[in-house]
Structures are given as C-alpha cells and as structure tokens.
Design a protein around this ligand. Structure first.
Ligand code: COD
Ligand code: ATP
Length: 190
C-alpha cells in the first residue's frame, strides 16, 4: 500500500512520517532528499541556467540556489522543469521495488504528479501563524505553495505532538478499513 503525505512547508509531515515509520513499519520516501541527490546529477545544467555563483567548493549550494529560485517564480519553474521528471522517476522506481507500507512524503505531491502513485493521501494542515512560529523561514516558501491544498484525509496539526500522534492512529485505522473494503470490492469484481 502506498500512502502520500503532503501539506505546506512546516505543517508536520516529517513528524507524521516518523510515527508511520515507528508504529507501522513504513518505508518513507522523502522527496526533498531525492531532490538533493538529483541536484548533483544535473550540476552542469544548473550552472548553465543559474551561473557559477550556485557552487560552493565545487558542489551545488542549496542555500545559494534557494536564494535565487525563491526570488523568482520563473526561475523556480526552470529548476522544476529540470529536476522534477528525474525526481519522479526515482520515486517511481522505489515504489515499484518496495512491498509493504510505503509512504511518499512530499509538499509538492500533486504538482509533481506523485499523487497518481498513491492508494491513499494524507494532507497535514496547520494555521499559518503556527507554521511560522515553528519555523520563521517558512514564510517565504509559503508564497510558492498556493497550489498545495488539501487532498484525501486531512490532519490538522495546531495542537500538541501527542494530539498529532493520536490523530495519525485514527487516520491509519480509517485507511486500513478503506483499504480492506477496496480489496474486497476488487475481489468481488474479478
Ligand atoms: C531550491 C532548493 C535547492 C532549496 O534547497 P533546501 O535544502 O533549502 O530545501 P529542501 O529541498 O530541503 O526543501 C524544503 C522545503 O521547501 C519547499 N520547497 C522546495 N522546493 C519547492 C518548490 N519547487 N516549490 C515550492 N516549495 C518548495 C518544500 O516545502 C520543501 O519541503 C531545493 O528545494 C530544490 O531543489 N527544489 C526543487 C525540487 C523540489 O521541488 N523539491 C520539493 C519536493 S517536495
Ligand atoms: N504539534 C506540534 N507542536 C509543536 N511543534 C511541532 C508540532 N508538529 C511539528 N512540530 C515541529 O515543527 C517543525 C516542523 O515540523 P515537520 O518537520 O514535521 O514539518 P514538515 O511539514 O515536514 O516541514 P518541512 O516542509 O519543512 O519538511 C519541527 O521542528 C517539528 O518538531
């Protein structure tokens, strides 16, 4: 079973995924991390697009690249056009190889069309003031995530971590129930 965990920056996706790993044995695919791997693979093209200033000790500096692309929608689009297809392919390959519970953690699940790989989707939401309270630098990136809207089952995360963990348990019970009844329906059809 594949579950997508999405939501805007700083809403609590990683915290939810940690619970899914610890309590449900999930294999978590962190799409941000896959993006980091891809940056090195396309380093030359990145230099052509954004200039030598993105390099630090010969490596792509995510900090410098971030300062460039999160200052211009057009530049961010150029970066995405380059890296998203390669990232998507890596995620697809992992999902194909893995059995058991696989979780795809991605703010941009829908924008990257990774939602198509998921049997169930959880969106973690939080009030903007909570997000910024937890991480001041999230403010800038939120401007580039207007398309990150709830999909599937929504988990609000405005209270304590203990409350979040409780909600994850409830949602997982619901997902198992739905999953089993979907399985039964498929068997009936065949
Ligand atoms: C611009 C880069 C180099 C900045 O690296 P940095 O280490 O600072 O951030 P990191 O990759 O860990 O992302 C942290 C968060 O920023 C937000 N974010 C990243 N990329 C984007 C984007 N294209 N649009 C909107 N938000 C984004 C997400 O909420 C993400 O969880 C990097 O984010 C990048 O290469 N982005 C393009 C690939 C991508 O879309 N990744 C997000 C996949 S969900
Ligand atoms: N309910 C909560 N109460 C207090 N702090 C929280 C709560 N949920 C998450 N946090 C903290 O807020 C920060 C952001 O949470 P987390 O990393 O899980 O979000 P994320 O959606 O994965 O963020 P990002 O998009 O940056 O990867 C973390 O420091 C986390 O420990």
């Amino acid at each position: 079973m594949v579950i997508g965990v999405t939501g805007k920056i700083g809403t609590g996706k990683t915290t939810v995924c940690e619970v899914l790993k610890r309590d449900y044995g999930a294999h978590v695919v962190n799409v941000d991390r896959i993006g980091h791997e891809v940056l090195e693979e396309v380093k030359e093209r990145l230099v052509e697009l954004f200039g030598e200033s993105i390099l630090e000790d010969g490596k792509v500096s995510r900090k410098k690249l971030g300062e460039i692309v999160f200052g211009s929608e057009e530049k961010l689009k150029k970066l995405e056009q380059l890296v998203h297809p390669l990232m998507r392919k890596k995620v697809e390959d992992i999902v194909k190889k893995r059995s058991g519970l696989v979780v795809i953690e991605a703010a941009l699940l829908r924008r990257m069309k990774l939602d198509a790989l998921c049997d169930h989707i959880i969106t973690v939401v939080a009030e903007e003031k909570k997000i910024i309270e937890r991480n001041e630098s999230a403010k800038e990136r939120l401007k580039f995530q207007k398309d990150v809207i709830p999909q599937g089952i929504v988990i609000p995360n405005n209270s304590s971590i203990a409350d979040l963990e409780r909600k994850v348990k409830e949602v997982m019970a619901l997902i198992w129930e739905r999953h089993e009844s979907q399985g039964e329906n498929t068997e009936e059809e065949s």
